[in-house]
Write a protein that binds this ligand. Structure first.
Ligand code: PLP
Length: 395
């Protein structure tokens, strides 16, 4: 039967009917270790009791009210985010890409407010992914639907001097992922994140971190910027924040958030009571000190195991990259990451392909050492399998 879905996805031939912890069960009853977490979404795994409780309790009270009214659940979630981050203000949206569009408004409004409307351009990094709305897509410099929206200057990843040289009298801010996720798990060195902070201070630019993939505990910090010992002016977050419930947020400081006025931004659904109850429930779990200690310990264990794997099977994987439970295995040039992901799925391990011929390992943050060992055993088994030469691009 032809798919009724717009042909923009190429799904693997599998459907899941149930999830529990780090496992997903397909229509045949087969169990899969979910090391993709729905692309870094299922931070607490599947069917987490706190998430189920928050949703079931809230749907029985009220699902939705408009931002025309004060929403206590929204204030509560925002206060939790403010208590644990640099932020003074929070704006709730429904997805990652929407938060990027909102962040772009904040950057421009900061400069307009300070009588610099000529400063409207944003510097970004080539190979980044910020989402699918037109502004977010244009920020990534992807010309699929050319022409892009104007106002973005992208520089190659890793050429930090080029980034500095890209600053002109028209620059308003810098937008960057601390670790490029879709781009292939490419960490920006912490020294460079600090340099960006200095550059923004020096030139009065707005520093925006896209933490949609790195956020909510994924790297072993609540947000990845903490590792650099600096804070951005604007941060976008989504994915893990709803642990499967669609929600996103823009966090910002007084300096930038204070430039916004009533009517400049908004959302029908963003910040409704149901979404915000889920956010509060997720944050209550992740902000327990032992939780992030666990993520760091599991991240370290996964890292060591993957390092051993790359050393043992250099004809399959060439490198491990990432932080915490956001790690990428780089497949050697002649192997195809998508077909490797497919084979691993057949062996019961779900991973997500990314740029630069990488496969991403991003298990739910509640993953245990035994489950990591189980995943690594599947990877090892795959590397040993003589039939894997099937995946060579040019056999
Ligand atoms: N930014 C980053 C870093 C992402 O990884 C993604 C999604 O993969 C997005 C933005 C877009 O988020 P969404 O798909 O929720 O719109």
């Amino acid at each position: 039967m032809p798919s009724p879905i717009l042909p923009v996805f190429s799904p693997f031939p599998v459907s899941f009917v149930r999830g529990e912890g780090v496992y997903l069960y397909d229509t045949s009853g087969k169990r899969h270790l979910d090391f993709g977490s729905g692309v870094a979404v299922s931070a607490l795994g599947h069917s987490h009791p706190s998430v189920i409780r928050a949703i079931t309790e809230q749907v029985q009270r009220v699902i939705h009210v408009s931002n025309w009214y004060q929403i206590p659940e929204q204030y509560e979630a925002a206060e939790a985010l403010i208590a644990h981050t640099f932020a003074d203000y929070v704006f709730f949206a429904n997805s990652g890409t929407e938060t990027i569009d909102g962040a772009i408004k904040l950057v421009r409004q900061y400069q307009i407010h300070h009588k610099h409307p000529e400063r409207y351009r944003i510097i970004t990094v080539k190979g980044s992914f910020h989402g699918r709305t037109f502004a977010a897509m244009s920020a990534c410099g992807k010309n699929t639907f050319a022409p892009d929206l104007p106002g973005f200057d992208s520089v190659p990843f890793g050429d930090w001097d080029a980034l500095e040289s890209a600053i002109t009298p028209h620059t308003a801010g810098i937008l960057i992922e601390p670790i490029l996720g879709e781009g292939g798990i490419l960490p920006v060195p912490l020294t460079q994140l600090r340099r960006l902070r200095d550059l923004c201070d020096q030139h009065d630019l707005v520093l925006c971190f896209d933490e949609i993939q790195t956020g909510v505990g994924r790297t072993g910090h609540l947000y990845a910027y903490e590792a650099a010992g600096i804070a951005p002016d604007v941060l976008t977050t989504a994915k893990g924040m709803g642990a499967g419930f669609p929600v996103g947020a823009i966090l910002t400081n007084q300096k930038v958030g204070g430039c916004m006025q009533s009517g400049m931004h908004g959302s029908t659904f963003g910040g409704n009571p149901l979404a915000c109850r889920v956010v509060s429930a997720v944050l209550a779990e992740i902000t327990q000190p032992a939780f992030l200690d666990h993520v760091r310990a599991m991240g370290q264990w996964l890292w060591e195991e993957l390092e051993t794997l790359t050393k043992t099977y250099p004809h399959v994987f060439s490198q491990v990259r990432g932080a915490g439970l956001m790690q990428g295995l780089v497949c050697i040039e002649t192997l195809d990451n998508r077909s490797i992901a497919m084979s691993l799925m057949q062996k019961g391990l779900l991973v997500i392909p990314a740029g630069q011929n990488t496969i991403r390992l991003m298990p739910p943050l509640i993953v245990t050492k035994n489950q990591i060992d189980e995943a690594v055993a599947i990877l090892r088994d795959f590397c040993k399998d003589p039939s894997f030469s099937f995946h060579h691009l040019n056999p």
